[in-house]
Ligand binder design. Structure first.
Ligand SMILES: [Zn+2]
Ligand SMILES: [Zn+2]
Length: 474
């Protein structure tokens, strides 16, 4: 009798030392990295103004925590964030701000605006046509605060977008309240733009193509995490599918008259496996078989692979995608099948480019709230994922800093543990501290022309605006 070498009714357990060692290495790097760079005291908004903003945020804290908890209790997947968008709209209205709903043809996207270009709070009422940029103040500096609120099927707010939404809405409300107390304190415009479906779509790309960033000079948002971290690698992603077309035939009596689409998909998967040795350490290629035939006694006529290709830089992403496409075609050549490679220009995330001076403003804001964001590079980039904020960050200067929502640094995104943290007191604290952070970054930027110049110069030095919409068509 054959004895299995282990219990084959269940999978093996991944080595827990991986997590332990990575946590130790993070701690060791943090110890030698020193503090993340922060804005000097005399840059940005005046200290007393930031102190007043801090008070305003604290006065809003109960409402921000309630918003975060409400979204947490009503998780909604991408493009179905109806409860969330209604909750945000209601909170804005309670503060005298009338938002536009269903903007840019997206049911659950909301937009509101305050500041120099607004005659009064909530002046923007046309739900289909957001105000063209500029208006009576064509040169008013304009900051967009983006807000995500979609959840994940099965694990609810395992990405902590409820906290992030409270950060962004809270920052916007705090700036609105500050300008009520001190008329004229916003020498520019601040836009709150909610962006649906970060997890399931690339809504920010679609919204950007429809005009979300027209007239916007910079865009900011946070992301929930297990660390306070100024910056982290976010990979670009190209989603694609490969449909192989063969010729069905009887698998026993006439296999020689068939052409096997599943063989092509199998060879493609094998090729991807071999390719992995020759790609950059941070590159990722992953695929599933969506269709591999139906029955064993018919040579499969159709097979479909669904793939994601990721890389750290736009150029390396494009190069890697080219190699994967060659490989997919090669599998068709080997098997005598046809192949169609299908890509959607809208469903690709670009790597995030973080703006140095804006990040320094964020770090200072978080220190003022008793947090100390780790500098970039402390947390291993091997844990990198992707976000459609990348598509924004290559169009205008932006930041996407990470805020700690849990006291356990081994809690990963997209887990039930992260979802629990996002609805706990540590998540509540992050909801308020992040709201101050985004508001302070916006205020610093609006109040200091030199800082705005530095932000723009940093963006240009990193390559300037990229034609993201045309990137894959070139
Ligand atoms: Zn996520
Ligand atoms: Zn997320």
């Amino acid at each position: 009798m054959n004895r299995p070498v282990r219990d084959l009714s269940r999978p093996t357990t991944p080595c827990s030392a991986v997590q332990t060692r990575m946590a130790e290495e993070t701690a060791a790097r943090a110890a030698v990295a020193g503090p993340a760079p922060a804005l000097p005291e005399d840059v940005g908004a005046a200290a007393e103004l930031r102190a007043e903003l801090d008070e305003v945020v604290d006065s809003l804290a109960p409402e921000l925590v309630a918003l975060s908890r409400d979204l947490h209790a009503h998780p909604e997947v991408g493009h179905a964030e109806h409860h969330a968008v209604a909750a945000v709209a209601e909170l804005l209205r309670a503060h005298g701000i009338i938002p536009s709903l269903g903007v840019y043809g997206m049911d659950t996207a909301l937009r509101a605006e305050i500041g120099a270009d607004a005659a009064a709070h909530g002046e923007q009422r046309d739900s289909e046509a957001p105000r063209p940029p500029g208006g009576s103040h064509p040169h008013a500096p304009t900051m967009a605060i983006l807000a995500e609120y979609d959840a994940l099927p099965g694990v609810g707010h395992g990405c902590g977008h409820n906290v992030m939404c409270a950060n962004s809405v809270g920052a916007f409300l705090a700036l609105a309240e500050l300008s009520r107390r001190r008329p004229g304190v916003l020498p520019g415009r601040v836009i709150l733009q909610t962006t649906p479906a970060e997890e399931s779509d690339t809504a920010k790309e679609i919204l950007a193509q429809r005009g979300m960033l027209v007239g916007v000079d910079a865009a900011i948002q946070t992301h929930s995490y297990a660390h306070d971290l100024a910056d982290q690698t976010w990979l670009g992603v190209r989603r694609m599918s490969a449909v192989y077309t063969g010729i069905p035939s009887h698998a026993s009596s006439q296999p020689f008259m068939g052409r096997n689409a599943l063989d092509a998909a199998t060879l493609a998967l094998t090729g991807l496996g071999l390719l992995r040795q020759q790609i950059l350490p941070m590159d990722r290629v992953h695929a599933v078989v969506d269709d591999g035939g139906r029955v064993a006694n018919v040579i499969p006529e159709r097979a479909e692979l669904n793939l994601m290709v990721r890389s750290k830089y736009p150029e390396t992403l494009k190069d890697l995608v080219g190699r994967v496409e060659d490989l997919l075609r090669g599998a068709a050549l080997m098997t005598g099948t046809g192949v169609e490679i299908i890509t959607d220009p809208n469903t690709n995330e670009m790597p995030v480019r973080s703006n140095g001076p804006l990040l320094q403003a964020w770090v200072r804001s978080q220190r003022e709230r008793g947090r100390d964001p780790l500098p970039a590079g402390v947390v291993s980039e091997t844990v990198a994922a992707g976000t459609d904020f990348g598509n924004v960050s290559l169009r205008v200067p932006g930041i996407h800093p990470l805020i700690k929502v849990t006291d356990r640094d081994d809690v990963a995104l997209h887990t039930r543990e992260m979802a629990a943290a996002a609805g706990s007191p540590t998540g509540d604290a992050a909801a308020v501290d992040g709201a101050y952070g985004l508001a302070a970054v916006a205020l610093d930027w609006l109040h200091d022309a030199g800082l705005r110049d530095a932000v723009r110069a940093d963006f240009e030095a990193a390559g300037g605006a990229v034609d993201v919409a045309g990137f894959w068509g070139e």
